[in-house]
Design a binder for this molecule. Structure first.
Ligand SMILES: *Cc1c(COP(=O)(O)O)cnc(C)c1O
Length: 406
């Protein structure tokens, strides 16, 4: 049985937490297995940027590796270096570079580095020369996203220069890759257009003499809905965390995925108030009659969007409630109506949904954003309680970031 849901459901043993994010690593491993089952012989990159979308990068990287993720992906080089320093080995790619590196540190840590233009190739090869070993480079093509990546017009120069760097012993081009703009909208015409530009970029690289190990373009939505994009490697972030990247196409369970994060809190106060009583800053909510208010000790400093004011859902005392009034920095209120609760009772903001709690998609809808943003912005002040840290099915857990949970 899932330790997250058994008898000690609402407390992290040995601690008295205010608000905390349970991270079910058994679910994460099962999600990686479910994704791998979809991609045939392709490899899977576990994307753990932004502290593993708020779930804890190190624990998630280890769990993903245990489930067969052969690559780890981060945005920034520092994220990759931090994982290396914590003992995560194996193939790793980071892609968001600015002038100055740290190229040499990444090369010496055996991290593959993404290069989107000539300035980056120059810096990477200079660092390789200083390090006395070739940089493992993945060239990024802008096939239409219009964000990071090399434009088709500049691609011939970049691949030729990369080939010359290989010949000089300063680089090995390990990958050629790109990123979709609209993979979460199946049928969008940009998808086929980007794939076609990508195949042209691959052909130009081949003609220039490059022989990359991996060619990749698929993110989570493409992994789930566009098998023709899987190529050698898929880069999955949000799906690995059990969140659907295409909610209009299917919920996580429709893809065999289970949400990894459950955000829990304990009521900090419960009190009777008279009717017509204003609640929280600005009095955006007024009690319709005498009622019971419960105080949830989590606010926008913990990543609860202020846009959830008067709309965010939360399970308290057995029912869905709605945030009453403004979300403040550290707390918000719910109106229990005629129901009762005790101080210290559980509140579940979101979770897998099978215990009656809202899901992260419900929060995204309530706040006019996407589920990615809800989980990723859970604040540094919220401890992550990692459940099932071991692969053997034991109920082990580790609490991180509990410097001052209260
Ligand atoms: C974040 C990111 C991914 C993962 O995207 P998901 O939709 O979360 O799977 C893949 N590739 C790049 C370049 C990214 O920045």
């Amino acid at each position: 049985m899932n330790a997250a849901l058994d008898e000690d459901e609402h407390s992290a043993p040995g601690t008295a937490l205010r608000v905390w994010a349970e991270v079910d690593l058994a679910a994460l491993r099962a999600n990686v297995a479910a994704l791998r089952a979809r991609i045939g012989g392709a490899a899977l990159m576990a994307v753990v940027k932004a502290d593993g979308y708020g779930h804890g990068a190190l624990a998630c990287a280890r769990a993903a590796r245990a489930a067969g993720a052969s690559w780890i992906g981060t945005a920034t080089p520092q994220e990759a270096l931090d994982l290396r320093a914590a003992g995560v080995d194996g193939r790793m790619l980071c892609w968001l570079w600015t002038p100055g590196g740290p190229w040499r540190e990444a090369i010496e840590a055996d991290v593959d580095v993404s290069v989107s233009g000539m300035w980056a190739l120059r810096e990477a090869t200079a660092a390789a020369r200083a390090a006395g070993r070739p940089a493992r480079i993945q060239l990024k093509s802008d096939t239409g996203l219009g964000r990071n990546g090399c434009q088709p017009a500049d691609w011939p120069e970049l691949v030729a220069a990369a080939r010359a760097a290989e010949a000089a012993g300063l680089a090995k081009v390990t990958g050629i890759w790109s990123h979709f703009a609209c993979a979460d909208e199946p049928g969008h015409p940009s998808i086929a257009a980007q794939l076609s530009v990508f195949h042209e970029a691959l052909e130009a690289a081949r003609a220039a003499g490059l022989e990359p190990e991996v060619r990749h373009i698929a993110n989570s939505p493409a992994t789930l809905t566009l098998p023709e994009t899987h190529l050698d490697l898929v880069r999955t972030g949000i799906a690995m965390y059990g969140v659907s990247p295409v909610p209009q196409v299917g919920a996580p369970a429709d893809f065999g995925l289970r949400p990894v994060m459950t955000l829990r809190a304990r009521l900090a106060q419960v009190k009777r108030v008279p009717g017509d009583h204003g609640v929280s800053y600005g009095h955006l909510y007024t009690t319709p009659g005498e009622t019971t208010l419960a105080l949830v000790p989590a606010g926008y400093a913990d990543g609860i969007p202020r846009h959830a004011s008067n709309t965010g859902p939360v399970l308290v005392a057995g029912k869905w409630r709605t945030v009453a009034g403004r979300v403040a920095m550290d707390q918000f209120v719910v109106d229990l109506g005629g129901d009762s609760a005790q101080v210290g009772d559980p509140a579940v903001l979101f979770g897998p949904g099978d215990q009656g709690e809202p899901t992260v998609e419900d929060w995204a809808r309530a706040c006019g954003t996407i589920a990615y943003e809800i989980v990723t912005r859970i604040g540094a002040r919220v401890p992550r309680v990692h459940l099932h840290t071991d692969d053997d099915g034991s109920g082990s857990q580790a609490v991180t970031g509990v410097s001052d949970p209260r």
